[in-house]
Design a protein around this ligand. Sequence first.
Ligand code: FAD
Ligand code: SF4
Length: 829
Amino acid sequence: MIDVLVIGNGMVGYKFCEKLVNKAPEGFKITVFGEEPSPAYDRVHLSEYFAHKSVEPLLMAPRQWYEENAIELITSEMVVSINREAKSITTHKGRTFNYDKLVLATGSTPFVPPIEGSNKSGVFVYRTVEDLDAMETYSKNAKTSAVLGGGLLGLEAAKAAVDMGLEAHVIEFAPRLMPRQLDEAGSDMLQATLESMGLHIHLSKSTASIDGDEAMTSMTFTDGAALEAEMLIISCGIRPRDELANESGLEKGERGGIKIDELTLTSDCDIYAIGEVASYKGMTYGLVAPGYDMATVAVEHLTGADTKGFTGADMSTKLKLIGVDVASFGDALDEGKQYKSIVFEDKNAGIYKRVNISKDGKKLMGGILVGDASNYNMLFQMMLNDMTLPPHPEDLVMDTSRQGAAAGNTVDMLPEGAQICSCENVTKGALVQAIEGDGVEQFAALKTCTKAGTGCGACSPMVNDILTATLKKMGKKVRKVLCEHFAYTRQELFDLVKLNNIHSFDQLINDYGKGHGCETCKPAVASILASAWNGLILKQDTIQDTNDRFLANIQKGGTYSVIPRIAGGEITPEKLIVIGEVAKKYDLYAKITGGQRIDLLGARIDQLPEIWEELINAGFESGHAYGKALRTVKSCVGSSWCRYGLHDSVSFAIRIEERYKGLRAPHKIKSAVSGCRRECAEALSKDFGIIATEKGWNLYVGGNGGANPQHAVLLAGDIDEETCIAYIDRFLMFYIKTAEPLNRTATWMNKLEGGLDYLKQVVVEDSLGMGKQLEAEMQLLVEAYACEWKEVVNNPALRARFKHFVNSPEADPSLKFDKQRAQKVPVGW
Ligand SMILES: Cc1cc2nc3c(=O)[nH]c(=O)nc-3n(C[C@H](O)[C@H](O)[C@H](O)COP(=O)(O)OP(=O)(O)OC[C@H]3O[C@@H](n4cnc5c(N)ncnc54)[C@H](O)[C@@H]3O)c2cc1C
Ligand code: SF4
């Protein structure tokens, strides 16, 4: 029996044990030392601890697993020295243990720069569950916080601070955010998005001191500026925990860490080092996947198996924050200027994408994605597998819904050997084998049996795509389940909600799901519940979207915009005057929108209920400009005023807008009515558009404007108003019930099997025999409508939520404005 001692029970130390017991269940006696009180947990998803308030859901395995595998787990005990001659280690309790082989998996510790005052209370790091506990307790008596470091972890910590109800400032020494991953334009875009989420970003700032008596109250910068902050989270990088190497004489890397070779052996051939503590060719790795690779190599070497060795790792990353997509891969910055770049930027939608391609235009070398990283996995795989680029590489950065087969980038094109999950080293071939050979048909089962997607989770969408594509090839019906917490499609969940009269996320996950939910299922279920019952969105605890949370669109600079409904674009002079008066009183920037409404921008959170109250008293309602809901029904002046008008398009538009106002859907819905085929209301660019004809109305569906224009197509021609309404009822209900989350009607129709013909059969010919039922369901939603603003205005408990600080009624003091053309605009924009 070989005695193996593992020092460090973090993610990598645990993975080593798991791989060793799987490969050689007998022959090794394993003892693991962990300094933390709990067994190894998933540090990558540490921020989820705030949601669970328990370490259990994050555990890599429960204590029982160690017992079942005859592993002795010793927690809350730190190893303080190694005696290489005696082949023993000693713990801080003075206990000594002998080894035949020793594995160092001691990870790293956050780097705290030597800034005056960093020992004051209120200063934290973000690494362990104990750090998070301490931070949360302290935050209860604080309003303001700062995070030192605008890198990957710093931004995650800042988001956690915002979620704790604190004002959060990010201080970054470099002139851009995530300086190792993003270029200037990508950082600018990320900054704009983060600021719209309520974070305050300060770049090119060097901290001179952390000030206050015993507890910190502010910070001073080297340029003389100061910032009030009662809490600080330091996230300035990590330092390997290589202290055991010092006195035992193990060789270290040039920049710290314990030096290892390709077999993960240190300068002592009985001692391995793996994970963040290991230094290979002078590099230490702050990601989990390289650590898992090292664990595999160490186990292979220890058990005498063939090994390809550890030869370095890719540092591509994808940020997991809710609300911001950021990814960077390969040679993202191209500082050597060796490549050609293709850049797509949409400031309106907050999207920046850059791919660097070889000079001959054939290979992908790296890239940056901000605002939309949905094709990260595919791009990353193209680069890793040295795949030839499609004829129009610009398609790689254009809107993802138009990609896929057209751009030549589907999972089918990946070679069998493509490594899909780098954390667990799972190839496409292994996934296909599990599906075809072992009959796995569910996403969750595929994850369990191959372990793909169980590390950092970034590959999960691609694992799901491979499952779908393989099942399709096998001629099996593909069910696109929502996520690992719900083994149901969105459509099935919608039906379950209706049939079982379910009104909350907790009830649905208790009855039909498992775990605690994630950033995929929480907003999707919130959308289903809203569409099913048309209840007040604020009563759903799980809503993720800041816009829904405050019934207004958050804008650059941290203020909100107010858009009252102006049905059909028709408004009386009296109402116009009220809008003008409100704008003047609250100093709001006024702008006419493309949807024939008036947007009032620059309102503080605490002003929103007052502004709404004044508008409601004048007969206005919420315009739902913030929700995945019906927005506007635009109209031309029609036959009332226009010489060409065939019918009264304004009255019809108002009728439609009144009917569907507030209707929640998988995505926003826009509509328009034109009085003749000259189409002044641009109905063909809407989700559903109506154009007057000599004999009645033509109804078009599936149009889209914005970055991805698509013309609507004719669903029914020359119909009367009543039939038109009935068809719209059916069309919208069918879409709401069957579309995947966040699919506009155009995308949904593009994916619909049978396309327009099938849709016509369902809506016009009533082939499923559910036309009347769909109309009745719509009628129930129409009757359930209530103005959400009014509910807040009249409900003191809801109204009390509208304040900037959780524990104080004070207004946000950091909002600053400039003047432009006689109106205010946020500073710096
Ligand atoms: C908030 C956060 C988010 C992250 N997000 C990502 C991500 O999205 N993607 C990604 O790839 N990586 C991410 N990481 C990094 C990832 O968590 C680490 O790369 C990984 O945990 C490293 O594992 P490790 O086992 O080497 O080190 P650790 O997890 O640090 O484990 C080492 C363990 O050893 C213990 N130890 C140290 N010295 C001793 C001793 N002398 N005696 C006994 N015990 C000792 C430590 O207390 C610790 O428990 C994130 C990290 C954090 C903190
Ligand atoms: S669409 Fe026709 S009816 Fe309407 S304003 Fe234009 S020309 Fe006139």
